[in-house]
Design a protein around this ligand. Structure first.
Ligand code: NAD
Ligand code: DAU
Length: 332
């Protein structure tokens, strides 16, 4: 199969590209190479086209000869969507629509990679199922929801062959160090403060990147048109406990952990019911304990990957996001 992986130079997309190559598929990547897109995440011989999923010509050129598209392309960081939401709407909604229009014209298949954040938070307990209503809390999750809504609508109206996956919080090597686990791991390794939002009792359902990619691969081959599949790790932990474990694994001092003002609109808890995907034969293989240890070790051993990132644009973002918060911080 020849597969177009959009957003394939990012964190999860690049792991998916390598997985597809191992499975014997032919892969082409279309990526806008935003701040989180990185050529170094991909094997040197992978075909990478620099372009935008919201541009029909870029999509048509990259998808020529492909039987399927797997769409990872997105603006992905909740905190950035709070600072400025402009690009989120364009890529998540307009970009998804361009891909679906391409399906209408060609009849090829699409897997739309989405997120558990579209369901909103579940403080009271229980788990989100695929038929639950969408209650996004942030500009990021609202933009992802808007893209998601197009998929069953195009499947019903135009009979396009598209499925959605909704993954939980994903972690592993090559994740841009703005996200919680790689930010805390790299700051701990550098002896920098770890900014814990609010009371730190928020819960996320952690999923190792390879397990996420295995779920998406299964949906690519077995998913029904218009169907939605949750992909969750079933490994729920409070942020404060994850932070404590990262500090231990990095051999850092617990005094680095700083309580900072909370994220506006912060969701308290996510949890996914994954029985639908499990009935197709998928289950997560990596425990959070093993995955987190391997991930912190990867950041310790791969400074050449992340040290160049933590300068320039990243430094400006970091100052804007954390300088005032850290000035206001207290001990945990
Ligand atoms: P990432 O930020 O590491 O990668 C996103 C990639 O998309 C980058 O390479 C970027 O250059 C590219 N991109 C952005 N806008 C584009 C555009 N208009 N056209 C083409 N390429 C564009 O993100 P990630 O964590 O790998 O997330 C990938 C997908 O998985 C996203 O759709 C995200 O919503 C979803 N997801 C992520 C998680 C998670 O915890 N990281 C969990 C569930 C779902
Ligand atoms: O749930 C899936 C989603 O997971 C994906 O759709 C998103 O693309 C991905 O970014 C992630 O969203 P979160 O907002 O849950 O992830 P983040 O890594 O930003 O934060 C995880 C938790 O850690 C969250 O409760 C906020 C907290 N946090 C985060 C940062 C960056 C802190 O306490 N301090 C921080 O500095």
């Amino acid at each position: 199969m020849r597969i177009l992986v959009t957003g394939g130079a990012g964190f999860i997309g690049s792991h998916f590209v390598k997985r597809m190559l191992r499975s014997g598929h032919d892969v082409v990547v279309l990526d806008k190479l935003t701040y989180s897109g990185n050529r170094a995440n991909l094997p040197a011989d992978v075909e990478l086209q620099h372009g935008d999923i919201a541009q029909p010509d870029d999509v048509a050129r990259a998808a020529a000869g492909c039987e399927a598209i797997v769409n990872f392309a997105a603006e992905t960081h909740v905190d950035r969507s709070i600072l400025s939401a402009e690009d989120f709407g364009r890529t998540e909604f307009r970009g998804t629509q361009v891909l679906l229009e391409h399906l209408r014209a060609t009849g090829i298949r699409l897997v739309q990679v989405s997120t558990d954040e579209v369901y909103g938070d579940l403080e009271a307990g229980g788990s989100s199922t695929e038929t639950d209503a969408l209650h996004p809390s942030s500009p990021y999750s609202a933009a992802k929801s808007a893209g998601d809504l197009l998929v069953p609508a195009y499947a019903r109206t135009f009979d396009v062959n598209a499925s959605i996956t909704r993954g939980s919080n994903t972690y592993g090597p090559n994740q841009y160090p703005e996200k919680f686990i790689p930010l805390f791991a790299t700051n701990a390794l550098d002896g920098e403060p770890l900014p814990l939002y609010g009371d730190g009792r928020q819960i996320r359902d952690w999923l190792f990147v390879e397990d996420h990619c295995a779920g998406i691969e299964l949906v690519l081959h077995e998913g029904g048109p218009g169907a939605i599949y949750n992909v969750g790790g079933g490994d729920e932990h409070e942020n404060i406990d994850v932070a404590g474990r990262i500090i231990e694994l990095a051999g850092a001092d617990r005094s680095l952990l700083r309580r900072v003002p909370d994220r506006p609109g912060h969701d308290r808890r996510y949890s996914l019911d994954t029985s639908k995907l499990q009935s197709l034969g998928w289950s997560p293989k990596k425990s959070f304990e093993d995955g987190l240890r391997e991930t912190v070790e990867w950041y310790r051993d791969n400074r050449t990957w992340w040290e160049p990132i933590k300068s320039g644009e990243y430094r400006e973002y970091y100052e804007r996001q954390y300088a005032a918060r850290l000035a206001d911080s207290t001990a945990v």
